[in-house]
Design a protein around this ligand. Structure first.
Ligand code: MTE
Length: 330
């Protein structure tokens, strides 16, 4: 995410800048070197090595295998191949651990065991879940979802988890509950935040919100795993939100509290920059971000050309209109 105070208007948003990981796209990199007919064998060997180092380093961050999980037939095909994990798990936004995309190593400081997730507020059954509950109390399934960041990059991610409405059925929100606030783990001793480029006074902890109707929608999902394993810390272990028709910032990571409330809650990015990051934040090609167009998106991954990302049109509700358009019929 880009913070508006710190970046002059003439600068490209972060989503348009050369992504650091593009350097690791060794197949294309090598191909382009060969295509250019230049004798840069040493350079390509260097890129190869860097890619392999990344992969073996990343391997230590991957969670435990989750076996026997069925893929949801409704979400077995996102219309594109899932993004290779080496990209999805090394190119992350997690501002508690820094402002760059390469925070996957820093995020390993997140303490996830033991874990306590409390569900409070306007519910009949306030509940406290521990780490085991998250993978055992609800029936887990795999869903391959498109993922669209407000910065105009996109991925396809095979999440494992359970529908948010299964948790709602367990805690039973009362009729007075209209909104839900999700709060991420925060401890200033562990989550230092970005060291530059952002105001000092950030509205920690990271919070996000949905209406109860959005939370009850078929698509709304709690992920406890990805790519066949429990969530790596950089993705928000042990449990994070996935709401694929909204921009990625709506999906709070490492959730410690879910509170059912009567009024729309304040949320992190909306508090920082309300004109740039709305509460609703549905993916919409026709509504530009104040500093860049949302008409197209760049697909992160191996099929992109060296130093550019493949562009494709953005689709309203990220292509999930059949599930959610009814929520917004005005
Ligand atoms: N949750 C917390 N707690 N902190 C964050 O900085 N970043 C958000 C979202 N959830 C963020 C967060 C943003 S801007 C995006 S695009 C997604 O996480 C990125 O998720 P990923 O890193 O798993 O791809």
């Amino acid at each position: 995410m880009v913070f508006f105070h710190t970046r002059p208007a003439w600068q490209l948003p972060e989503g348009k800048a050369t992504p650091e990981r593009i350097f690791w796209q060794r197949r294309r990199f090598m191909k382009s070197l060969i295509g250019a007919g230049v004798g840069l064998a040493a350079a390509s060997a260097g890129a190869c090595q860097q890619s392999q180092t990344l992969e073996s380093d990343l391997e230590h961050t991957l969670g435990k295998p989750l076996s026997g999980i069925a893929r949801s037939p409704a979400f077995a095909d996102a219309g594109r191949e899932p993004t290779a994990q080496r990209y999805a798990s090394s190119y992350n936004n997690y501002y508690e651990f820094g402002g760059s995309k390469a925070i996957w190593a820093n995020a390993q400081a997140l303490p996830t065991d033991p874990w306590t997730l409390t569900v409070t507020g306007l519910v009949k059954n306030p509940t406290t879940y521990d780490l085991a509950d998250l993978t055992q109390r609800f029936t887990l399934e795999e869903r391959i979802y498109r993922f669209r960041c407000v910065e105009a990059w996109a991925m396809v991610v095979p999440w494992i988890g359970f529908p948010m409405r299964a948790l709602m059925a367990a805690v039973e929100p009362t009729a007075a509950a209209k909104y839900v606030r999700f709060t991420s783990y925060y401890d200033p001793a562990v989550t230092p935040g970005p060291s530059f480029g952002m105001p000092r006074d950030l509205p920690w902890p990271y919070t996000e919100g949905l209406t109860v109707e959005e939370m009850a929608n078929d698509l709304a999902f709690f992920a406890v795993g990805v790519y066949g394993r429990t969530l790596p810390k950089q993705h928000g272990a042990p449990v994070r939100m996935v709401v694929p028709w909204k921009y990625g910032f709506k999906g709070a990571k490492a959730i410690v509290n879910i509170e059912f409330v009567a009024a729309q809650p304040a949320t992190y990015w909306n508090t920082l920059a309300p004109k740039e990051y709305t509460f609703e934040a549905n993916v919409d090609p026709a509504v530009p971000h104040p500093r860049w167009s949302q008409a197209k998106e760049r697909l992160v991954g191996e099929s992109t050309a060296l130093f550019t990302w493949e562009e494709q049109p953005t689709v309203i509700y990220n292509g999930y209109g059949e599930y959610v358009a009814g929520l917004y019929a005005r």
